[in-house]
Design a protein around this ligand. Sequence first.
Ligand SMILES: Cc1cc2nc3c(=O)[nH]c(=O)nc-3n(C[C@H](O)[C@H](O)[C@H](O)COP(=O)(O)OP(=O)(O)OC[C@H]3O[C@@H](n4cnc5c(N)ncnc54)[C@H](O)[C@@H]3O)c2cc1C
Length: 327
Amino acid sequence: MANRIVIIGGGFGGLACAKELGNADYLVTVIDRRNHNLFQPLLYQVATAALSPADIAEPIRKTLGRYRNINMLLAEVVGIDPSAKHVLLDHGGTVEYDRLVIATGSDYNYFGRDDWRPFAPGMKTLHEARLVRQRLLLSFEQAERTNDRDEQRDLLTFVVIGGGPTGVEMAGAISELGRFMIDRDFRNLQAEQFRVILLEAGPGLLAAFPEKLSSYAADYLERIGVQVRVGERVLNVTSQGVQLQSEFSTTGCVVWGAGVKPSPASKWLGLTEDRAGRIPVNANLRVTGLDEIYALGDTALTVGTNGRPLPGLAQVAKQQGIYLGRY
Ligand SMILES: Cc1cc2nc3c(=O)[nH]c(=O)nc-3n(C[C@H](O)[C@H](O)[C@H](O)COP(=O)(O)OP(=O)(O)OC[C@H]3O[C@@H](n4cnc5c(N)ncnc54)[C@H](O)[C@@H]3O)c2cc1C
């Protein structure tokens, strides 16, 4: 019997697994680099000032505190040694396991241009949501202070890069917020100066969804004032704005939503089969070829009954966590 179960990641999947193991006959350690579990689907609302950060984050210790067999460790995992059966922590320590669960999620993919990230934050952490919120609100304030119409127009230009779910939702939310604020809170700004531009390099929005939904999303966004530009490739992002093939767009704020990549956990295990970098697992979520190591959620490559990989969704991670906790 595995006595010590280590779960890396206290997100949707890791916490669901831990809760199932609560008060069971195991010693469980949950390791996370953050002290809180984040309800990522509501990060947009924090970024657009509809919710405050505390509304969507709960301390992991609070969630798991009632289970006396579960310990939480605030640390960043930087590697796994399957032969020694321990995980390596950033400060040099190790944590031994009899059974390991990897639930480290995913991150935004900047396709080799991580230097763009400070100018175009994604929507993955509270820090990024707060940064977007601050830039959005400050742009309106700066625009209100000047009477230079060109400067106002630049400050009131908001660019969202990537026409997937994050980009679509973010562009819509900024558009609604901006129009509402100009109408109610600002006296020196006009709605015509305010622009939200959604850029997508591919031929349409929401590529993973049926064509009907993709065109519905584009039509709806246009109706609420978003300029949807498909087939538009971003060449550079700077502190001033976004370089496109035909123009440089000076902006008040840029948001990134152009693709996700799994956590680097597959590299820790030396696995290279999946080009996207996910960890291949069997139907029981055991990592292919490794004993007592399991993976779930966004970082795992789980093939569904239709032969296609399961999508990176909270529901998938939660269900897998519950399954593994009972397994
Ligand atoms: C903006 C946004 C909106 C979304 N909207 C929806 C939605 O509407 N519906 C839906 O179903 N899904 C949505 N998702 C996707 C959903 O959030 C993910 O599929 C889900 O969080 C995956 O769960 P997970 O447990 O695999 O990873 P996560 O929930 O991301 O948890 C991973 C955990 O691992 C920790 N971690 C990572 N690396 C390390 C390390 N090296 N050391 C220690 N700890 C580490 C992280 O801190 C984190 O707590 C959204 C995602 C985003 C970003």
